[in-house]
Design a protein around this ligand. Structure first.
Ligand code: MBD
Ligand code: FE
Length: 293
């Protein structure tokens, strides 16, 4: 039942042996994991189609959506990932992966989804540098903190913070011909004290791309495309498990209503006014805790 509207089945009976026959077509050389995961997927997809009495026209509309997503995807646009995101799937697998890697004593910084806009090879920048170029209409912020080993509390030397966020116009640099290459991205490496600091913008909420199938789906579901203001990080260090995460501005209008369901309490932060710094009106303190291998 969806929103209390239970499917109204016709009462027709479908061949009860069909799904098992499809699962059993799996050959002996399939790996145990493929056998398990695909057998389960076939079962769930068939049950879903039967329960909702999916028609050929409805199924074909879904196929068109998937094909469209593939056709419009390239290195600047991962529409398949975006479709998963609006369905909560990337956030769910993030939660599963984090919980599998974490036990009661093991509480490193919470993870959050990577999203479709990460770029490898962001410029390495010196500690204290800015990642903001050619943007006049943003609120500048200094972000700082320390990377520590969560078990010992000791600073982590050689930790790399790979950071990225959108411009105030709601676009990542690769979506926006008016921004310089790798704008609002950078990699910062900690010294022996594990500390980091850099200038960025206090980010703004923005809509995920909604001119494709993911946007169409949001429209059909009567949902908005906005994400709360966020900054992405991959924090890695030799001997430690890398953390993919995001931090979110507590004051954002969409903080409880993220279109891709990525917000976690531990990742909600407070930007505060910064005094006496001509380079930034706001500051944000945040520490990252890593788990060793
Ligand atoms: C984003 O900017 C993002 O971070 C995620 C997770 C999904 C879509 C757009
Ligand atoms: Fe993002």
């Amino acid at each position: 039942s969806v929103n209390g509207n239970a499917a109204k089945p016709s009462g027709k009976k479908f061949d009860p042996t069909f799904t098992q026959r499809v699962i059993d077509a799996t050959g002996p050389k399939a790996t145990p994991r493929i056998r398990q995961v695909m057998g389960s997927a076939i079962q769930h997809i068939h049950d879903w189609a039967r329960e909702n009495e999916i028609t050929v026209d409805e199924w074909m509309a879904g196929v068109d959506m998937i094909n469209k997503a593939g056709q419009m995807s390239d290195e600047k646009r991962n529409e398949g990932q975006l479709l998963c995101d609006v369905l909560g799937l990337e956030s769910l697998v993030d939660e599963i992966t984090y919980k599998l890697a974490t036990d009661a004593k093991d509480q490193p910084t919470a993870t959050a989804i990577l999203g479709p806009f990460y770029r490898h090879d962001a410029p390495k920048r010196a500690m204290g540098d800015t990642i903001v170029f050619g943007i006049e209409n943003g609120d500048d912020a200094l972000m700082f903190g320390q990377v520590t080993d969560f078990k010992t509390g000791k600073p982590v030397e050689g930790a790399v913070l790979d950071v990225w966020h959108t411009a105030p116009n709601g676009l990542y640099e690769q979506q926006d011909p008016d921004q310089p290459d790798f704008n609002l991205r950078g990699r910062f490496t900690t010294g022996p004290d594990g500390k980091y600091n850099f200038y960025c913008l206090r980010p703004t909420s923005y809509p995920i791309p909604y001119d494709g199938p993911a946007g169409k789906l949001l429209q059909l579901l009567d949902r908005h495309p906005f994400r709360p203001a966020h900054i992405h990080f991959i924090v890695s260090a030799p001997g430690y498990k890398p953390i993919v995460t995001q931090i979110f501005d507590r004051r954002d209008k969409y903080i409880t209503n993220d279109s891709v369901f990525a917000v976690k309490d531990d990742l909600v932060v407070d930007f505060v006014p910064r005094k006496g710094d001509p380079k930034a009106q706001f500051e944000l303190a945040y520490d990252f805790k890593l788990a060793s291998y």
